[in-house]
Design a protein around this ligand. Structure first.
Ligand code: CP3
Length: 344
């Protein structure tokens, strides 16, 4: 039987609102912090299938979420292409800087990610009944922004300049990322992932024609390549903070579109939900705050998107200072939401 959340991603309006949360596993959970302290670093957890499996399943032990998302990171892709990667406590990721695609080593790419596929298979084997497992990748533009700058927390000046002054060299990097991303998604699905999310977290750093070339085109190529291999596995696109015109241009064959909190749910109901499942979009700051305002806003999002296929989520990841009891309250609110009967 098809799981409820998978039905929703596939475009059906489900009886209850299914939900998961971006960064649902992570530092706001004391049990995550405990494992992290013992493992001695983020990448030691990501490449250890027993630990990564445990962390992936931690939020499902506490909360009645409808899906687990693989515990990993979007930056394992450049890492597996041979770039040095480190996650410094409190500083975010550091990566070798690359502007020349010939420095990327595609040979053995999937072999270096074998522990991640082992994690997927291990989680799948132990997944509670009715829950789904989500795999994911970062989109080329977002991943390339870390490759060109060597770190996060920048203003995108280097990558914008590079794309403008050396579009052919930049295109070659994007082309490598498109190719390996399709094979990595394929491997995750073969290992057991039941849906995949494509994170374009920095979609709003480009607009207009640049958005079409560097955001829409590579994501469209990934979705098309993936759908050839797995026509029935839902793809969720997440072009975070893209403007409404750009969001419309992002209709590239994804089954669902994830929305950040800056998009009005009423707008999405009218312009997106008629064609795809909509996923989102409570502000993580409201989850941090908790209480009546969080619950009211969550209900209003459910009401606005009640007319069609809908999966509840945040507009971005859970903030690390969030009290886990707020997550429990949010799950109760969303799962307690009564959908209205639609005329047949
Ligand atoms: O959502 C999940 O729970 C699944 C696991 C997941 C992580 N990162 C774990 C993680 C996913 C899907 C990601 C995606 C990711 N990683 C994105 C796209 C989504 C987004 O947040 O916009 C990006 C841009 C990254 C890159 C990245 N990873 C940064 C910038 C950082 C440092 C900032 C931070 O929050 O610490 C990370 C580290 C990271 N990835 C952590 C986790 C749980 C924190 C690691 C730790 O210190 O324990």
């Amino acid at each position: 039987m098809e799981k409820e959340i998978v039905k929703a991603w596939n475009g059906k309006r489900t009886d209850k609102v299914p939900m998961w949360l971006m960064r649902q596993a992570g530092r706001y959970l004391p049990e995550y912090r405990e494992v992290r302290a013992k493992a001695g670093g983020f990448l030691n957890m990501v490449y250890n299938p027993a630990i990564a499996k445990e962390i992936t399943l931690q939020p499902l032990k506490r909360f009645d979420l409808d899906a687990a998302i693989l515990f990993s990171d979007i930056l394992v892709v450049p890492h597996a292409l041979g770039l040095k990667l480190a996650f410094m406590e409190g500083e975010g990721p550091k990566l070798d800087v690359v502007t020349d695609a010939t420095r990327l080593n595609e040979n053995g790419f999937l072999d270096r990610l074998a522990p991640v596929m082992d994690t997927v298979a291990a989680v799948k084997a132990d997944l509670p009944k009715g829950k789904a497992l989500i795999g994911f990748v970062g989109s080329p533009w977002t991943v390339a922004s870390y490759m060109v700058h060597g770190e996060g927390g920048h203003d995108f000046a280097l990558i914008r300049n590079f794309a403008k002054l050396e579009p052919d060299a930049f295109q070659r990097i994007i082309d490598v990322l498109v190719r390996v991303t399709i094979s990595y998604l394929d491997a995750q699905v073969r290992a057991g992932a039941e849906a995949v999310q494509v994170f374009e977290s920095w979609a709003s750093a480009v607009t207009g024609d640049d958005f079409k070339r560097w955001v829409v085109a590579p994501n469209a190529a990934i979705v098309a390549g993936f759908k050839k291999l797995h026509p029935h596995v839902p793809v969720i696109g997440f072009p975070r903070t893209a403007k409404t015109d750009d969001l419309l241009a992002f209709d590239i064959g994804c089954n669902a579109i994830g929305l950040s909190q800056d998009v009005a749910p009423e707008w999405a109901a009218k312009h997106l939900q008629t064609r795809v499942c909509v996923q989102g979009n409570l502000a993580p700051e409201l989850l941090l705050e908790g209480g009546a305002k969080m619950e009211e806003t969550a209900k209003n999002i459910c009401l606005s998107l009640d007319g069609g296929p809908f999966v509840f989520n945040l507009g971005h990841g859970v903030i690390k200072e969030t009290d886990p009891s707020h997550v429990a309250a949010l799950v109760e609110t969303v799962h307690g939401f009564k959908r209205r009967a639609l005329a047949a």
